[in-house]
Structure formats: structure tokens, C-alpha cells
Design a protein around this ligand. Structure first.
Ligand code: ZN
Length: 192
């Protein structure tokens, strides 16, 4: 009996009695929950408050299976509108998917409260725009598309429909007779 306890604590003894599996860091079906921050970076010209609009905003991502390393070729998107229950009453996620290679069920959830606008003072610096809570997978690439909005830095003029797929966007603010733009859009992921 004593020997079993030592095994489970010292060696993360997976095959041990059920009650010993509950020890250690928070886990779900054997893999951890990890938060990743999507950091946005761009050069802003006369605009601020660059943000994704609405719960149906599509975050286009490439996701890597943490178990086998598989990365599906196509872009996948998650939105705040979609919510799938997790097994075992562990809440919900924006997307649950089975890896095509190893068949493990992974999930990703958008943490809506973490969505933060990118402002004039953030220009040319990385800033976390959103966090994703992931189980068993890792976001490795992001493709901004339609659905962004911004406003004139001084004028407050609204620019409600911005598409960043080309990594550059430009317009004209008639209120103050100035050109406006979002240039050289790039990103990185960090572990939170
Ligand atoms: Zn896999």
C-alpha cells in the first residue's frame, strides 16, 4: 500500500488505482489545459481601437495536435458563437475536434473576456489581442481576415469594416482630410 503511494507521487504512475490519478496539476483526461495569447502587431496611421467585431468574428487558425504533431493543412476558425460541451461535464469549448492522425480529441476555447483592442500607442509593438484555452492542441498560425473595425485616432471616425487578409489596409478620413491605415500586420503566439 505504501509502495503504491510512493509510485504514484514520484513517477506519475498512470496505471495506479483511480484515486491516485487525481493528484498533481489540473489535468483533463491526461492532458493539460494551456492558455495561449495571440499577439497582434501592426503599424497604425491615424487610427486606434483596432478590434474584432462581434461574437461571430472568425479567428482563423492552424492548430497542431500536441500528441502526434499533426497540423491540418487548411485554416480552421473558431468563434464565440459556437460552443460545444466537453465530456464529463467539464464546461464547454469553442471547438472540439478529433485529430485525424492519432484520433485524440482536442479542444480550443476563446476566452471572450481577454479580447483587447489594439490602440495607437501599441503601434509597432506586440500586444495580446485574445487568449485561447487549449487542451491537447496548440495554435501555431493565425490569418486575419474580415471583421475588424477601427476608429480615427483624433477624429473618432468609425471604420466598421476592415479586412486585414492582405496584411495592409488603407482608407481616408474625410472628417480630418487624412489618410488612415493599418500596415504590416503580423502576429505571434505566447504561452500565458
Ligand atoms: Zn494527433
Amino acid at each position: 500500500m505504501v509502495r503504491h503511494t510512493e509510485l504514484s507521487e514520484n513517477h506519475n504512475f498512470r496505471g495506479g488505482p483511480k484515486r491516485y490519478r487525481k493528484r498533481g496539476p489540473v489535468q483533463w483526461e491526461g492532458f493539460k489545459m494551456v492558455k495561449f495569447g495571440l499577439q497582434f502587431k501592426a503599424t497604425l496611421e491615424n487610427v486606434t481601437n483596432v478590434r474584432p467585431v462581434g461574437e461571430d468574428f472568425r479567428w482563423f487558425l492552424k492548430l497542431k495536435c500536441g500528441n502526434c504533431g499533426e497540423i491540418p493543412e487548411k485554416w480552421q476558425y473558431v468563434t464565440l458563437v459556437e460552443s460545444v460541451p466537453l465530456k464529463g461535464g467539464r464546461g464547454s469549448a469553442s471547438m472540439v475536434q478529433k485529430c485525424k492522425l492519432c484520433a485524440r480529441e482536442n479542444s480550443i476555447d476563446i476566452l471572450g473576456d481577454t479580447i483587447t483592442p489594439y490602440n495607437a500607442e501599441d503601434s509597432e509593438n506586440y500586444k495580446t489581442m485574445v487568449q485561447f484555452e487549449c487542451r491537447g492542441l496548440e495554435p501555431i498560425d493565425f490569418q486575419p481576415q474580415a471583421g475588424f473595425a477601427a476608429q480615427g485616432a483624433e477624429s473618432g471616425t468609425q471604420f466598421p469594416e476592415i479586412n486585414l487578409q492582405e496584411k495592409d489596409w488603407t482608407d481616408y478620413d474625410e472628417k480630418v482630410s487624412e489618410s488612415v491605415g493599418i500596415y504590416e500586420v503580423t502576429h505571434q503566439f505566447i504561452k500565458c
